[in-house]
Design a protein around this ligand. Structure first.
Ligand SMILES: [Zn+2]
Length: 297
């Protein structure tokens, strides 16, 4: 991902204008003398949730992990994973609300009882607490908008809007698997990806399932849609990759590309950034890609 994406540059330009004018990003000075709306964390959450069909949900992982609903928002950072670096950049930006897509505390439900005395957990949690940062996970809600916000964001990032029918199946101009991999690598800024299949295979029908939707759902979607290639975020090696390997051993024309979880859904954080800019234009918002935790050698 390109960390110097346009929204970030725009934000920095805006803040330097404010700085030049002797203003800081403190909300009270920024908004002083104007009627600009001041947003609380709860208002941001409620406004987003109000646009999701059948929301709010009884059961959801999209809870406030730290901070309070009443807190006035000075700035928002969107990302996939809240790393220590993301928290430090949030502090530098004088923002105080992080909206990640994925868990912060190393499990789906972000339970923290088992981590209380762990230094890795404490490093993250205490840094946010010390700087008054609130964190709201937005995973279920963005996926269950009328059109899945993550899917739409990733399609946009891949430059495939003209082939998008608001579902995971896209018919793109025919290309080889090798070319397709290069295209995805370039658009999503991923240096290397794992794949299964024949690099010379011609691909047109794409099944795009960002993130980690689970082996059964990936395989059931392959059975239903019969794509040339599955493009996913990640999968357990003993599930979908073994299915695709067997299909190849049988001579079936079926490939699979694994982007990596973070990059595969980062477009969703860009979607969220645009959403905030549109619905809460008073708040400076910055999208910071969190990149892949795993390096390649
Ligand atoms: Zn997701």
């Amino acid at each position: 991902m390109n960390p110097n994406n346009l929204p970030r540059r725009t934000f920095i330009r805006n803040t330097s204008i404010l700085t030049a004018a002797g203003l800081t990003l403190d909300p009270f000075s920024v908004f002083a003398g104007s009627d600009a709306k001041v947003w609380t964390v709860g208002e941001i959450m409620d406004t987003f949730i109000s646009q999701v069909p059948n929301a709010p949900f009884q059961t959801t992982v999209d809870t406030l992990k730290i901070g309070s609903r009443e807190q006035v928002v000075t700035g928002i950072v969107t990302t996939m994973f809240t790393t220590l670096e993301i928290i430090k950049k949030t502090i530098e930006l004088k923002a105080n609300l992080i909206i990640p897509h994925e868990p912060t505390f190393f499990s789906g439900s972000d339970e923290t009882d088992w981590l209380q005395s762990d230094p890795v957990f404490r490093a993250k949690y205490d840094l946010m607490a010390k700087h008054g940062i609130a964190l709201w996970r937005n995973h279920d809600y963005i996926h269950r908008m009328k059109v899945d916000g993550v899917q739409a964001g990733v399609v946009d990032e891949l430059g495939w809007n003209e082939y998008y029918k608001q579902n995971p199946v896209l018919d793109i101009p025919t290309t080889s698997l090798a070319n397709l991999i290069n295209q995805v690598k370039e658009k999503l800024g991923v240096p290397a990806m794992r794949y299964i299949g024949d690099l010379n295979q011609y691909c047109s029908k794409i099944l795009l399932l960002p993130g980690a939707v689970g082996g059964k759902r990936q395989i059931e979607s392959i059975m239903k849609e019969k794509p040339d290639v599955l493009i996913c975020g990640e999968s357990n090696e003993w599930e979908t990759p073994e299915y695709v390997r067997t299909a190849n051993e049988m001579g079936m024309k079926l490939s699979m590309i694994e982007i990596g979880h973070s990059a595969s859904e980062e477009g969703g954080s860009e979607f969220l950034t645009s959403w905030i800019r549109k619905h809460a234009p008073e708040i400076p918002v910055t999208h910071i890609p969190s990149g892949n935790s795993l390096s390649i050698i």
